[in-house]
Design a protein around this ligand. Structure first.
Ligand SMILES: Cc1cc2nc3c(=O)[nH]c(=O)nc-3n(C[C@H](O)[C@H](O)[C@H](O)COP(=O)(O)O)c2cc1C
Length: 192
């Protein structure tokens, strides 16, 4: 029989994001964040391309990004509501890690597999933060898909895009459980 790691399975069966709105200081410092990033980078990656990197947004950077959202949102004609929601995401965050997908040239590994790997890094980072006792939430929002914002505010280049913003801090409350998928409804067992 396999050797079950019950603690890990218990974590995976009960893990739950903490909404960014509930996150406040303290957030992990650099020393506490390093093992979380190390765990996140231990992610399947076809061809060992490492098609991702991290940008850690500490408080002054988050304030700068909140201002950049205002500027970029006005330039692109977004509604006040959309701008305010996106600004809030950065202004209220105690700490955020931007997971950046970095497409690497490869004749063997399709671009989509590099995208999947970057998404997997986001989940691994979220789970590592939760398992370390922090509250964490994976968000996107229009700035993450806005090339001008990403290049001017985050310094991304042409082969890069934001896979996710992982906000990390101390959760002021635990959210109620949300409905989970019906495994029987989404699973097909093929035995022939
Ligand atoms: C790629 C991606 C982007 C997301 N972006 C947002 C977002 O911008 N705003 C939001 O409220 N939730 C967003 N979510 C959902 C949150 O992460 C949500 O809290 C999560 O689905 C809770 O999952 P859990 O309870 O299994 O941890 C996003 C999820 C993913 C996978």
């Amino acid at each position: 029989m396999p050797d079950v790691n019950n603690a890990v399975m218990e974590f995976l069966h009960t893990r739950r994001s903490r909404p960014a709105k509930l996150l406040q200081a303290p957030a992990p410092d650099r020393e506490a964040l390093k093992p979380i990033l190390t765990a996140a980078a231990r992610t399947p990656d076809h061809g060992k391309l490492e098609p991702w990197r991290f940008i850690v947004l500490e408080k002054p950077a988050l304030d700068r990004l909140a201002r950049a959202v205002d500027h970029c949102g006005a330039e692109t004609g977004r509604s006040e509501e959309d701008i305010a929601k996106a600004r809030q995401q950065f202004a209220d965050s105690p700490l955020c890690v931007a997971v950046i997908e970095v497409q690497k040239p490869s004749e063997k590994i399709p671009a989509i597999e590099q995208t999947y790997s970057a998404g997997a890094v986001c989940l691994a980072l979220l789970n590592a933060a939760l398992a370390s006792g922090w509250g964490a939430n994976w968000l996107s929002g229009w700035p993450s898909h806005d090339c001008d914002f990403c290049q001017s505010a985050l310094g991304l280049v042409d082969n890069e895009r934001v896979a996710g913003f992982i906000h990390i801090g101390t959760a002021s409350a635990v959210p109620p459980e949300r409905p989970r998928p019906d495994i029987d409804a989404i699973t097909t067992w093929l035995d022939t």
